[in-house]
Design a protein around this ligand. Structure first.
Ligand SMILES: Cc1ncc(C[n+]2csc(CCOP(=O)(O)OP(=O)(O)O)c2C)c(N)n1
Ligand SMILES: [Mg+2]
Length: 353
């Protein structure tokens, strides 16, 4: 492999763009006053988003708009590219595929409090497709569960951000995952534990599964048990991107009409476009009002947001080269500029859409 060290040094060594505020500037007003052009930020050091995530109480009062969530999904995608380019290892396209669902959850739907991570009544999020850990790490860091700088330690020996989520190491991780097929069973275990604590009426458990999870028999055993035990507080989201390590899901092991399968198992089951934020938010919020297990089949594209990678086979588990990272960041930064400009134009009002 030919490495463009000049470009790499440039990416890693460039100074923070002067227009990016310091962490102390975390106010909505400063975010709204920020010039839209952030395109010059092309280094690999994560920077705090000038528009910080709303706190739990704020989200309950005035929920973030769809356009805000779309912008935060881009922020998370940018973090993922940076992390993977530094680590030179990990699952980028798998993380990008899930970015919209994860942004909708952490920035709006989940009742979670980074200032009180062990709050008993919190909602639980389980990343069943644990290999997409970077997208969850980015979200946790942006919410202050741990310093943003830690993202650059992804996959380093001894670092707390390992290749797959580890509940013993990383604040905000509920369950250690990575072995495909086990996540939904763990979600049901959490639901049953919440019932014993009298919390299943308030705390919702959200599990994010992949195509590979749905190829595992254990997932369908879990689907049976969720109905058998009348679990009222479970939402399973399938990040159905139709691509895997060795080819399309249809070639590897076709899982067919996953929506119909969950329905046949007795679940409420809907199918959505997993990159349409309005649909994502509506489906997630609706699911918590149902008092039965709910499946959301999110049709997605692996690598979403990075054109060279989007919906293309061959990127699974491969980190971007310095050149690919630079190109991806340029595209995502342009998107972020566009989304920031649109929000500035729309004004600071926040409301439910
Ligand atoms: C039980 C099990 N077998 C194999 C693996 C190795 N593995 C990691 S990711 C992956 C395939 C990923 O494809 P998919 O499930 O569609 O996830 P995507 O990244 O597309 O969301 C495999 C086989 C694993 N993590 N667990
Ligand atoms: Mg897949």
């Amino acid at each position: 492999m030919v490495v463009n060290w000049f470009l790499f040094d440039k990416l890693c060594g460039a100074a923070v763009h002067p227009q990016v505020p310091s962490p102390g500037d975390h106010t909505l007003a400063s975010a709204m006053a920020l010039p839209a052009n952030l395109a010059a930020v092309t280094h690999l050091k994560p920077v705090p988003d000038p528009k910080p995530p709303p706190k739990l109480a704020e989200r309950a009062e005035t929920q973030p708009r769809v356009a805000e969530l779309e912008r935060w999904a881009t922020v998370l995608r940018i973090d993922c590219v940076r992390m993977l380019a530094v680590a030179k290892s990990g699952h980028l396209d798998s993380s990008l595929s899930a970015a919209d669902v994860v942004a909708a959850l952490y920035y709006r739907v989940l009742r979670h409090d980074p200032e009180d991570p062990d709050w008993p009544s919190r909602d639980r999020f389980v990343l069943c497709k644990g290999h997409a850990a970077p997208i969850q790490y980015a979200s946790l860091a942006q919410h202050g569960y741990f310093p943003l700088e830690d993202l650059t330690g992804l996959r380093r020996i001894g670092a707390h951000l390992q290749g797959h989520p580890d509940m013993r190491r990383t604040p905000g991780i509920e369950v250690s995952t990575g072995s495909l097929g086990q996540g939904l069973s763990m979600c049901i275990g959490i639901c049953l534990a919440l019932r014993l604590d009298g919390l299943d009426g308030t705390a919702q458990v959200f599990g994010l599964l992949s195509d590979g999870d749905c190829q595992e028999g254990q997932t369908w055993e879990a689907a049976t048990s969720a109905v058998h035990y009348r679990v009222p507080n479970l939402t399973a989201i399938v990040d159905y991107n139709h691509l895997q390590t060795d080819g399309t899901t249809e070639e590897v092991m076709d899982i067919g009409d996953v929506r119909a399968k969950f329905e046949a198992f007795g679940w409420d089951s809907v199918e959505i476009d997993g990159h349409d934020m309005q649909q994502v938010v509506e489906a997630l919020e609706r699911s918590r009002t149902l008092r039965k297990p709910a499946a959301i089949i999110a049709q997605t594209k692996k690598g979403k947001g990075v054109s060279s990678m989007e919906d293309r086979f061959g990127f699974h588990g491969k980190p971007p080269s310095p050149e690919q990272a630079a190109e991806a960041l340029e595209e995502l930064m342009a998107k972020l500029d566009e989304q920031t400009a649109a929000l500035l134009e729309a004004g600071p009002g926040r409301g439910v859409e």
